[in-house]
Design a protein around this ligand. Structure first.
Ligand code: UDP
Length: 140
């Protein structure tokens, strides 16, 4: 298996509860290395652009409002099959469906305020990393 990169967000419900370290530790314990990280306040335009694929979904406006309700921590993660490793430790979108020991089962408040984002493919990971990071901000 190849070492690859993925993109992660620690969402506002988690930064509000001071869970940045706890979530990062779960990512690291899953074999992922943080090769870039920054805490930002997303603008409405940034959040709308990031979730553009969901723009026709009924939850879109609420999701954008949630994502700009407080700071987020955006990260680039590196490891063996990083997209899958990250999604496995993140757990299902709805915390009610997430497996024991996953980030969302442990910390998520709701299907919307579910503490973490992780890219769903290598292709989207590359797009999402480039959306938030310049190449020189990533140090492997
Ligand atoms: N979401 C929501 N309501 C839903 C489904 C999703 O608020 O019914 C939010 C949730 O924060 C989720 C994000 O939209 O993480 C993106 O949804 P996606 O289906 O891509 O899930 P993910 O890949 O994050 O598990």
């Amino acid at each position: 298996m190849a070492v690859t990169r993925t993109f992660s967000i620690i969402k506002p419900d988690a930064t509000r509860r001071n869970l940045t370290g706890a979530i990062t530790k779960m990512l690291e314990d899953a074999g992922l290395r943080v090769v870039a990280s920054k805490r930002i306040q997303m603008t409405k335009e940034q959040a709308e652009g990031f979730y553009a694929v969901h723009s026709e979904r009924p939850f879109f406006n609420d999701l954008v409002s949630f994502m700009i309700s407080g700071p987020v921590v955006v990260q680039v993660l590196e490891g063996e099959d990083a997209v899958k490793a990250n999604r496995d430790v993140m757990g299902a979108t709805n915390p009610a469906d997430a497996a024991e020991g996953t980030i969302r089962k442990t910390f998520a408040e709701s299907i919307e305020a579910n503490s973490a984002h992780g890219s769903d493919s290598d292709e989207n990971a590359a797009i999402e990393i480039a959306y938030f990071f310049k190449p020189e901000e990533i140090v492997g």
